[in-house]
Design a protein around this ligand. Structure first.
Ligand code: PMP
Length: 456
């Protein structure tokens, strides 16, 4: 028997990791305390290098929709790596996985989408959309139509353009963002900003902010509006049902292209294949990533409506593309991932069974002194922690309580991320009612410990 090579220990990995600049991290502080080392995953659980088992309520980073450890995906990737590990799609060339995935995506998305472009991340996909939007209006001989409107606290990625589309001030600060041509309007965050208005009134009010901004800038200067059907990284902010129909109408009235960023909502998270279906959004572009491969390989895809594609395909070169656009292994993995979602009826399960069950269980938390609001659509949810639930008064400084709760979750064996003081839930779509029960038990414990820490 050959001896297994000796694996490093946690401290060795942490020492090596000091050379690694982590995304969205205070790296000096992180290197001081040492990163948590995740070494293995199976189903809905993770294991760290100390052997601790954690229930992953965040599906990696909103992405592992079919759960970890899918052998059939590994087999498909292995086969593709042997057959054709790479070839480009630039020079009048295609390959079977990208061709097959393109037809599959067209068949499963709304009827206006018959065209798809590929990247490797949600960020580069949104960059690409901005190039397409500009190209569209230039080809339409309306070159002044340039500005793109998005929302405060929306998230669209981390490239210079995607971060400009995003409305996270802390991402703008040190990088002189947003770039010119990107402006933001208020977000439809009823619990935090709705005051005494009903959700229905507030939804319309927030949509009206789009019309006001268009009138301020002049419709002849405005190219497009982008939004996540449900804001994810911003804190699982679910707009009132009056919001999207009003946005849609305003985009039509002033001839704006509408971009639905489905990077999180897509591929079943809301109990629908796309968040657009839940809200009845009819967009010109859909940005897709994450759940398209369940994170097993990097891939993003942009669905482009016929309205836009007919103009872009009007006899000019669209001079844009990435070495890995339509990467064969990523596309093969996406096809297998979609097969699993369909065959195991995971979207239907979230819609009919686990989504409603999560709602029911989350509502029980409203009795907890820390919990101001719970909200979810399907398996995308949030638990908002407040200092005084009768007056929706937040903790100061905002964010500390969420961090305390997140740290308790980790100690108890649960991965739940926090944005400000909202705990975010986005597990694999394979979660059963039993997984939700386990999750609720750990959450309840973490909330009790947090309440004690903050004196509630
Ligand atoms: N759009 C949305 C809605 C996202 O949530 C994210 C990532 N969380 C992105 C875009 C960017 O995707 P990526 O990190 O793959 O670049």
């Amino acid at each position: 028997m050959t001896a297994q090579p000796k694996r490093n220990s946690t401290t060795e990995w942490q020492a090596q990791d000091r050379h690694h600049i982590h995304p969205f991290s205070d790296n000096a502080q992180l290197h001081e305390i040492g990163s948590r080392v995740i070494t293995k995953a199976e189903g809905t659980h993770l294991w760290d290098s100390e052997g601790n088992r954690l229930l992953d309520a965040f599906a990696g980073l909103w992405c592992v929709n079919v759960g970890y450890g899918r052998k059939s995906i590994a087999d498909v990737a292995y086969k593709q790596l042997q057959e054709l590990p790479y070839y480009n799609t630039f020079f009048k060339t295609t390959h079977p996985p990208v061709a097959e995935l393109s037809k599959l995506l067209v068949d499963m998305t709304p009827k206006q989408f018959n065209n798809v472009f590929y990247g490797q991340s949600g960020s580069d996909a949104n960059d690409t959309i901005v190039r397409m939007v500009r190209s569209y209006w230039n080809l339409k001989k309306q070159p002044k139509k340039k500005t793109i409107i998005s929302r405060t606290n929306g998230y669209h990625g981390s490239t210079m353009v995607a971060a400009s589309l995003g409305g996270m001030n802390y991402m703008h600060e040190l990088a002189d963002l947003p770039l010119p041509g990107f402006v933001h309007i208020r977000q439809p965050y009823w619990y935090g900003e709705g005051g005494s208005s009903t959700p229905e009134e507030f939804g319309k009010l927030c949509a009206k902010a789009l019309e006001d901004k268009i009138l301020e800038l002049g419709a002849e200067n405005v190219a497009a509006f982008i939004g996540e059907p449900i804001q994810g990284a911003g804190g699982v902010i679910i707009p009132p049902m009056t919001y999207w129909p009003a946005i849609q109408e305003i985009c039509k009235k002033y001839d704006l292209l509408l971009i639905a960023d489905e990077v999180i909502c897509g591929f079943g998270r809301t109990g629908h294949w796309f968040g657009s279906e839940y809200f009845g959004i009819e967009s010109d572009f859909m940005t897709m990533a994450k759940g398209i491969t369940s994170g097993y390989m990097p891939l993003s895809a942009i669905m482009v409506s016929d309205r836009v594609a007919d103009v872009l395909n009007s006899g000019i070169d669209f001079s844009h593309g990435y070495t890995y656009s339509g990467h064969p292994v990523s596309c093969a993995v996406a096809i297998e991932n979609i097969r699993i979602l369909r065959e195991e009826k995971l979207v239907e399960r979230v819609h009919d069974e686990t989504g409603p069950y999560l709602t029911k269980r989350l509502w029980e938390l409203l009795d907890h002194p820390l919990v101001g609001e719970v909200r979810n659509v399907g398996l995308m949810g949030g638990i908002e922690l407040v200092k005084d639930k009768n007056n929706r008064k937040t903790f100061q400084p905002v964010g500390d309580t969420g961090t305390i709760c997140r740290d308790h979750c980790f100690r108890l064996g649960l991965v739940m991320r926090a944005t400000r003081d909202t705990m975010l839930i986005s597990p694999s779509l394979t979660w059963t009612k039993g997984d939700i029960d386990d999750f609720m038990k750990l959450t309840q414990e973490a909330l009790d410990l947090t309440a004690k820490d903050v004196g509630l």
